[in-house]
Ligand binder design. Structure first.
Ligand code: PHE
Length: 464
């Protein structure tokens, strides 16, 4: 077998996997989903999904990856269950879809670095116009995809691992400072209330579906990204504690993003929280406002540094998204890595073009290309792809992976793999819970929520 590369250390794997998890999903996706989902009630459901359901799925994905040392399709083959590799194929398909729109958003964020450098905080009001300048933001997208492909072509360990170790803590530090700053603004407490005090009357089926999709998306689960990363993990590593760290880091950073954004919305709206439900543009409108209120050189410096760090966080995610189809093409089709990377990256960029132009530039892709209706509203191409990939395929993938591990591959094999590097695992409460979660809880809950989600989002039929 060709040298697939590996992580240079246990810490390297954790940083890379946490780097995959932490990205636009936390800082762009989470606050906007909270805003649209009515605030704290969404947060509660999201947290429940992350810890109760997603954590066991994460452990399972990493274990399958380490056991087989393969990409998501090869992994099922090498365990001897060829029919199940459809789950891997589904994962690769959703990875391609996710990267196609993710790169568009990353391109927007990348362009913001230049807006901040030039002190253009007024971009907040002009965001709607900014994203219709498709040649400009498209060029940013090309640059972003090129950097992603370059990193992936260099192999999994190396520069990115080292950079992650430095930049992730910096991002957290910077967010903490911004949280403290936004809390000093007038009316920030109204934002905090919206974000932290749940009003369960706001709970509806769609809040639950979106919270589930967001949990899977943010934790990079359900499509085999962590099977692929797990394939590079050493046998002496403790999968359980690594997964716990990754989950906590990811959830922690999402929560911080909310703490940064909602007090600011409280301030900007003088306490009415108007604008919180704005949707995908949320951080692109609120963040320049934070930096604008700081103002002057300090505002410019902090705005610039923030968007550089955000782009870096996005890069460690796009790298993992591209790595999945690339690992598949390299392992299964025997195409050289260097060539596979550029081919796949170019293809995904092209698939992303409707998402790029569907934000006001092309009427067709912005509103009426499909009769897909969620809550009776026509939707744009990017939101459609996100609903398909994040909210539908990822949870389905997570469900199938859990069911497979518990009932096809069998729990004792999973337990065997997990206990390598984790001596206390067997007989522990964690083992008992994982067996229950993967065997029964996750398959049942995820299948039901998946069915409800698809009926609601794509057919307008509301059961829950
Ligand atoms: N978790 C990443 C984020 O939050 C996105 C991602 C999803 C990456 C699925 C890999 C796989 O930004």
């Amino acid at each position: 077998m060709a040298n697939r590369g590996g992580f240079s250390s246990k810490f390297g794997f954790i940083m890379a996997a946490a780097g995959s998890a932490v990205g636009l999903g936390n800082i762009w996706g989470f606050p906007y989903e909270v805003g649209q989902g009515g605030g704290a009630a969404f947060v509660v459901i999201y947290l429940l999904f992350c810890f109760i359901l997603c954590f066991p799925v994460m452990v399972t994905e990493i274990a399958i990856g380490r056991k087989t040392q393969k990409n998501p399709v090869g992994a099922f083959n090498s365990l001897g269950y060829k029919n199940w590799n459809i789950v891997g194929r589904l994962g690769i398909f959703s990875g391609v879809l996710i990267l196609s729109f993710y790169n568009v958003i990353a391109g927007w964020a990348f362009g913001y670095i230049f807006e901040m450098v030039s002190g253009n905080f007024g971009i907040a009001e002009k965001f709607g116009e900014y994203i219709t300048q498709v040649f400009k933001v498209g060029a940013y997208g090309i640059i972003f995809m090129t950097v992603t492909a370059y990193v992936v072509s260099k192999g999994i360990s190396g520069g990115i691992e080292r950079a992650a170790k430095l930049l992730m803590p910096t991002l957290i530090g910077m967010m903490l400072i911004l949280v403290i700053y936004s809390l000093t603004l007038p009316h920030s407490m109204d934002g905090l209330k919206f974000y932290l005090i749940p009003d369960f009357s706001k709970l509806s089926g769609s809040v639950i579906y979106n919270a589930m999709g967001q949990a899977f998306f943010s934790l990079s689960l359900g499509m085999g990204a962590l099977i692929t990363y797990g394939s590079y993990v050493g046998k002496s590593d403790n999968i359980i504690s690594s997964a716990a760290f990754i989950t906590l880091a990811d959830v922690g950073i999402a929560l911080l993003a909310g703490l940064m954004i909602f007090p600011l919305i409280g301030y900007m709206s003088a306490g009415t929280m108007e604008g919180a439900g704005r949707g995908p543009g949320l951080i692109f409108v609120t963040l320049p406002q934070i930096f604008g209120t700081i103002g002057g050189g300090l505002g410019i410096a902090s705005g610039t540094i923030f968007f550089v760090l955000l782009c870096f966080a996005a890069l460690t995610s796009t790298v993992s998204l591209l790595e999945v189809p690339v690992a598949y093409v390299v392992d299964e089709m025997k195409i050289r890595r260097a060539r596979a990377v550029w081919l796949v990256a170019a293809l995904i960029f092209v698939i992303g073009i409707p998402s790029l132009i569907g934000n006001g530039y092309s009427d067709f892709f912005s509103t009426n290309f499909i009769t897909y209706k969620e809550g009776g509203q026509d939707t744009d191409f990017l939101s459609f792809v996100a609903a398909l990939a994040n909210d539908s395929i990822l949870p389905l993938g997570g469900c199938l992976i859990s069911f497979f591990a518990a009932h096809v591959w069998k729990k004792h094999n999973l337990d065997e793999e997990l206990s390598i590097g984790a001596p206390g695992y067997k007989g522990s409460f964690v083992q008992k819970y994982l067996n229950f979660a993967i065997g029964y809880f996750a398959p049942i809950v995820l299948t039901s929520v998946f069915i409800f989600t698809v009926l609601f989002k794509f057919f307008g039929i509301q059961i829950l």
